[in-house]
Design a protein around this ligand. Structure first.
Ligand SMILES: Cc1cc2nc3c(=O)[nH]c(=O)nc-3n(C[C@H](O)[C@H](O)[C@H](O)COP(=O)(O)OP(=O)(O)OC[C@H]3O[C@@H](n4cnc5c(N)ncnc54)[C@H](O)[C@@H]3O)c2cc1C
Length: 588
């Protein structure tokens, strides 16, 4: 399954944050290119196999099918494409999209394996693949970066936020591909034009049956959009000696408050809940305690606005006093669930018995699968990757970034139970309240279709997510000189992030990658060292309070995205920066 999207670095937004479609360059979303490439590779090794590439989109989306077919044919694999296109699909949210693609897969199948991208780069919800898995009752794995197929068994290595999971799944299955699973499928226009007409078939809503399709089948609604316009100061003094440049930069940051902690809001305490109004449930994430605590605090705040109560649905042990202090009135301890689809089943059973007003989950690989499956099972509207949520006129409004963080949109659900996945690190932690939650148990039978062989935690999501100062390093930084950064990391209490070139080189885990296919952060200060400033990287720090860049190239793109710059070799600049910071930060 592939999606056509606007090329992210060329995208323009018009009035009211709508995408300017005229003249927009359209292309296949990067993760989908891996799905095409891997499926062709697998089919080429199994005689008699074929590949069908499908997309849902406007008539022009045929272009991405042609490219994928050209890729398959060039490798000797019988490849065809199906374009699902109809004005009836307009206004489809993720559940309506997943319903339509599931119907298409049923019509064109059966298939042994369905491959998709991890998410599309323009929307970043990652919901459609697990929602299709739920509609078709298929086992699912996300972020697949290693794949071996032996007979009917897939052995997978999956990249999940800050951890790595080794899984075994039997066919048929649905997988979503990570960025570096294999080489991306890319073909020139001339090769795409040579694809024979009969290799592409068109399917309409009528061919799929009664629906509901498009807006009529959607359970979420997009409200106000806010464009995030970031003005940067672009201060640089290229012709001054390096030491003066560094001193001026530090003075500039000092004056705008970028070097000191912002005064805290009045310490907020998790509110008292437990009223008879709506229930706000939180799906706890094992091994991700701070995210679970963030969500409990948010749930309590939302519940207090509707005079309701909160429930923590936990597939792991949680102490009643701790859960209560974070904001949970009750804990439902899920026993017997081995993997995400089992947790989803338990949550669904629980919610069917007594439908909650809202369900929150983390916007992580885990949370996205559990929430997507539950949303399909309950027919609940699900907003992905929210950075803010509040109650307006009794409804839950979730704010979701789109188009590489260039805008945020207010999304509401049309269903009785409203679902949201929440980005890690964006909800401020509140002072715990004194409360002991009631605990009950819910037992489920694990389905055993997805076997977890092992999980390694490569990093912790929270460190970088919550850091006030982030130092982002790029290809201009050499591994041997990294100790040079230790002083400024310590002086600023900063966390280290990086560009994709460094995660590709294996220097740092993917959880440290900042950008459109990595993390989005909003630190008080971002220091970019030896990074060129490509949109795909800088989109991840659009919301930074201030940006200081150090780069030896006076014409680097990074200057466009920075408030203040030092033009020079980083190896020379960083020790000067450490000295200037030490002086500026010492107590007067
Ligand atoms: C679909 C897609 C998604 C992507 N997603 C991401 C993403 O999420 N995150 C991401 O980071 N990238 C992403 N990329 C890649 C991105 O487009 C850039 O290629 C990448 O960010 C560039 O990394 P860089 O700045 O480290 O390297 P380069 O572009 O090679 O820049 C290195 C910089 O270092 C400077 N330099 C060299 N030596 C020194 C020195 N001694 N001192 C100071 N400066 C020096 C150079 O002047 C240069 O500007 C994506 C690309 C695609 C196509």
């Amino acid at each position: 399954l592939v999606k056509q999207i606007p090329a992210m670095d060329e995208m323009r937004l018009g009035p009211e944050g709508r995408l300017v479609r005229d003249g927009a360059v359209l292309e296949m979303s990067a993760y989908c290119r891996r799905a095409v490439s891997k499926s062709v590779d697998l089919a080429s090794k199994a005689p008699g196999s074929s590949v069908v590439v499908m997309t849902l989109g406007p008539p022009d989306a045929e272009d991405v099918l042609r490219e994928a077919i050209a890729w398959g044919l060039s490798r000797g694999v019988d490849t065809r494409g199906v374009l699902l296109t109809d004005s009836a699909f307009r206004g489809s949210d993720t559940i309506a999209t997943a319903r339509a693609l599931s119907a298409l897969l049923r019509r064109e199948g059966p298939f042994d394996l369905v491959l998709t991208g991890r998410n599309s780069l323009d929307a970043d919800t990652g919901q459609v693949p697990p929602q299709i898995a739920e509609f078709l009752d298929l086992p699912f794995a996300t972020g697949v970066k290693e794949l071996v197929l032996a007979g009917e068994v897939l052995t997978l290595g999956c990249e999940h936020d800050d951890s790595w999971a080794d899984l075994e799944i039997e066919l048929p299955a649905l997988l979503s591909c990570a960025e570096r699973l294999c080489e991306p499928s890319k073909m020139g226009l001339d090769k795409c034009a040579q694809v024979p007409e009969e290799r592409v078939s068109i399917v309409t809503a009528l061919d799929l049956g009664p629906g509901p399709w498009g807006d009529a089948g959607s359970l979420t609604e997009v409200g106000d959009c806010r464009e995030i316009v970031i003005e940067r100061s672009h201060k640089r003094s290229v012709h001054e000696p390096l030491a003066d440049q560094v001193r001026n930069a530090v003075q500039f940051l000092l004056e705008r408050g970028a070097l000191s902690e912002q005064p805290e809001d009045d310490a907020r305490v998790v509110p008292v809940t437990g009223g008879a109004g709506g229930v706000v449930a939180v799906i706890a994430e094992p091994g991700n305690e701070i995210l679970t605590r963030e969500m409990c605090g948010l749930a309590a705040r939302l519940a207090s606005r509707v005079s309701g109560s909160t429930v923590l649905l936990a597939p792991q042990e949680v102490a009643a006093a701790q859960a209560g202090s974070w904001g949970a009135d009750r804990v439902v301890r899920i026993v017997g669930a081995a993997v995400e689809e089992d947790v989803a089943r338990a949550v669904t059973v629980w919610a069917h018995a007594s439908p909650p007003w809202a369900i929150l989950a983390g916007s992580t690989a885990y949370g996205r699968e559990v929430a997507s499956r539950v949303a399909v099972a309950l027919r609940a509207g699900l907003t992905g990757d929210a950075v803010e949520a509040n109650v307006v006129d009794g409804a839950l409004v979730a704010w979701k970034p789109a188009f590489g963080g260039q805008l945020v949109a207010a999304i509401t659900a049309r269903s009785a139970t409203q679902m949201v996945t929440v980005r890690a690190g964006v909800i401020p932690l509140e002072t715990p309240r004194a409360f002991v939650a009631e605990v009950e148990q819910l037992t489920v039978q694990a389905r055993g279709r997805v076997r977890l062989i092992g999980r390694r935690r490569a990093d912790s999501l929270e460190g970088l997510g919550k850091a006030e100062v982030v130092i982002g390093i790029g290809n201009g930084v050499d591994a041997d000189s990294l100790p040079l950064l230790e002083d400024i990391l310590a002086l600023l209490g900063a966390e280290l992030g990086c560009t994709r070139k460094l995660t590709d080189a294996g220097w740092m885990p993917h959880s440290r990658q900042i950008g459109i296919t990595g993390r989005s952060l909003a630190p008080r200060l971002y220091i970019a060292i030896g990074t060129s400033g490509k949109f795909n990287h800088m989109a991840g720090v659009r919301a930074a309070g201030s940006v200081l860049a150090i780069n030896s190239d006076p014409d680097a793109l990074i200057w466009k995205f920075s408030d203040v710059g030092v033009v020079g070799r980083w190896q020379d600049s960083v020790p000067l920066l450490a000295a200037a910071l030490r002086e500026a930060l010492q107590p007067s």
